[in-house]
Design a protein around this ligand. Structure first.
Ligand code: ATP
Ligand code: MG
Length: 217
């Protein structure tokens, strides 16, 4: 995958659109400092009132701890597979990022997320007994509960029926706007997203004999 000149600013709402296998999840993992780019000329993360952090150098020097600290503090991630911890209840999953960051567990945003995403009656359950769509709603609540600066979401409503997908996406985007969260969504389908004012990038893939190359246009 080749990325030229991608700049994402605080409060942006963007969607990466592309067919299955084109590299959406891989790109999101790189943006979340989970996957190491094989080569990067410039990869900077800018914090307000501070100089930039050179992510490319952090990876080269294998500084995994600072990268993981940045991720915990600034990024919420809704993984394609949900990524909920099976040995924690729904409520514990939602509170996990707040606990890791030593934030008070009872906070207005937690109540709002539980209420808006209609999770009240599931709080004491294990994720294993929830439907896939319910798990996606818990994953969205978990990604937002510590009010991160950035939320990255990989096909966050793919398992929902079209009506529920629209309702949950609307809620998700409203919550992100309310807290001025930068929103980065990947999806194979632009249609259900197009009414939400996201900036769209296409992942264009070209295939040759033994090389697949994806670029962002
Ligand atoms: N670390 C890796 N090393 C080599 N190939 C990889 C690695 N990670 C992912 N790939 C490959 O890159 C391609 C893109 O995978 P990715 O999961 O990013 O696609 P995707 O666009 O998210 O697809 P989907 O819409 O099906 O979720 C796949 O062929 C995958 O096998
Ligand atoms: Mg994917």
């Amino acid at each position: 995958m080749v990325i030229h000149n991608l700049r994402i600013h605080q409060g942006d709402k963007i969607a990466f659109i592309g067919e299955s296998g084109c590299g959406k999840s891989t790109l999101l993992d790189m943006l979340a400092f989970i996957a190491q780019p094989s080569y990067s000329e410039i990869f900077n993360f800018y914090l307000q009132h501070q100089s930039s952090i050179n992510i490319a150098v952090e990876w080269q020097r294998k500084h995994l701890d600072p990268l993981s600290q940045l991720r915990k503090r600034y990024i919420g991630y809704v993984m394609q597979t949900g990524g909920l911890l099976p040995y924690l209840t729904v409520k514990e999953n939602i509170l996990l990022s707040r606990e890791i960051l030593d934030l008070p567990l009872e906070d207005e945003i937690v109540f709002q997320l539980i209420n808006d995403l209609k999770l009240e009656r599931h709080l004491k359950k294990s994720p294993a007994v929830l439907s896939i769509g319910e798990r996606q709603r818990v994953a969205i609540a978990r990604a937002l509960s510590h009010k991160p600066k950035i939320v990255i979401a990989d096909e966050p409503t793919a398992s929902l029926d079209p009506y529920s997908a629209k309702v949950v996406m609307e809620l998700f985007i409203n919550l992100a706007e309310q807290f001025n969260i930068t929103l980065i969504i990947a999806s194979h389908d632009w249609q259900p997203l197009k009414s939400f004012g996201l900036h769209r990038y296409y992942l264009h893939t070209s295939y040759s004999e033994n090389l697949t190359e994806t670029s962002i246009i």
